[in-house]
Design a protein around this ligand. Structure first.
Ligand code: GSH
Length: 349
């Protein structure tokens, strides 16, 4: 009898402790200013590529934004608002990016933007995990006869200002003692037009950008992307640094896209996974008693609308850059770590 009383008292004490933890956990989650304003507005404002970058950010014939970078913003809208369509895209030229992040006229930027130390420090931004590992390349006309960077001695190179491209170009040529003259333009369309009009011998940007531009050339077969990579260009979304919680939401949405691919969870089969009894899957999808999204103050099962409406990383990649697109770009370093690539998500626990 006495033992039973002790047991009951112990259980009561334990549940009181558990209850107070629950209360503490709930109290602790206050929405940060960006998450709050996105929810109040019912829409995410996403900085995007201004001139349209095929495969990454273009407005299609139906007037809708589409592309790899666009889908990253759609995924974040689905995570925070449960609706991937609630995004307004704000076109940004390369040189407009710092001001757009600093003034917070955008909530997030997903615009072929390279993560660098100086941007992290001086833009007042927080970079999310890299969504596309890229590198800078060089394109020339087949007519130029050049096949290597060394053959560009004395060449004129078209490049856009406000980019890492402009800085890397100087490094790459001076390091090899190759003389060149840069033709620098503030907007992408002018840079590309100058190259097409023969005002430059070469055009340089991220290799993803080169593929996009080449696909839009009047005759793509007249252009050659040299077999050289000048730099590392880790591209990904970034947010103003005023709201670390929102930055975490963006980071974990990106990780969630990667993790969903690793688990084989797709927009087509997600319902089967919702009833999975595997603890790891239940946690990832915020099912049962597992606190996941609620720890950020958003829907506990935030990854469910993301995967259902936008798909996992592999689906996003294939839809925009994969075998059924004009790019047919192999995954390479943008594969999962389990396939020898660089994509790796930390545990959802
Ligand atoms: N990843 C590089 C380059 C990004 C970049 O802006 N590339 C140009 C290629 S011409 C572009 O997309 N411009 C489009 C625009 O400014 O609208 C960076 O972050 O600086």
């Amino acid at each position: 009898m006495f033992k039973r009383l002790i047991l009951v008292l112990a259980l009561v004490a334990l549940s009181a402790v558990a209850l107070s933890f629950t209360v503490v956990a709930q109290d602790a989650v206050q929405l940060g200013p960006i998450t709050q304003r996105v929810i109040d507005r019912g829409e995410l404002i996403c900085g995007a590529n201004a001139s349209g970058l095929a495969g990454f950010a273009v407005v299609n014939d139906a007037g809708e934004w589409e592309g790899f970078d666009v889908d990253v913003c759609r995924a974040v809208a689905a995570a925070v608002l449960g609706d991937a369509t609630k995004v307004t895209f704000r076109p940004l030229e390369a040189g407009e990016r710092q001001a757009a992040i600093q003034s917070e006229e955008i909530d997030i930027m997903s615009r072929n933007t390279t993560w660098t130390l100086s941007r992290d420090a001086t833009w007042g931004s927080t970079f999310a995990p890299t969504t596309f590992y890229d590198g800078q390349g060089i394109m020339v006309t087949v007519a130029s006869g050049a096949a290597t960077i060394e053959e560009l001695e004395g060449a004129t190179v078209c490049v856009q200002s406000g980019t890492t491209t402009e800085l890397n170009l100087a490094d790459a040529f001076s390091q090899r003692n190759i003389s060149y003259s840069p033709q620098v333009f503030a907007d992408a369309a002018a840079t590309w037009d100058a190259y097409l009009q023969g005002r430059c011998d070469a055009f340089t940007t991220d290799k993803s950008g080169l593929l996009a531009y080449k696909s839009q050339a009047p005759d793509p077969s007249q252009h050659l992307i040299l077999d050289i990579t000048l730099s590392k260009e880790p591209l990904g979304p970034l947010t103003p640094q005023s709201d670390p919680q929102f930055a975490d939401i963006v980071a974990w949405t990106v990780f969630g896209l990667i993790q969903a691919e690793e688990y084989g969870i797709t927009s087509a089969n997600i319902d089967e996974f919702l009833t999975s009894e595997v603890p790891e899957i239940q946690r990832f999808l915020g099912q049962g008693e597992n606190a996941i999204g609620s720890l950020f103050g958003i829907a506990n099962d935030f990854m469910v609308p993301v995967i259902r409406q936008v798909g996992n990383y592999g689906e996003i990649y294939d839809r925009n850059l994969g075998p059924d697109t004009p790019f047919n770009l192999p995954r390479g370093v943008n594969g999962l770590w389990t396939n020898g690539g660089l994509l790796y998500a930390p545990p959802f626990r």
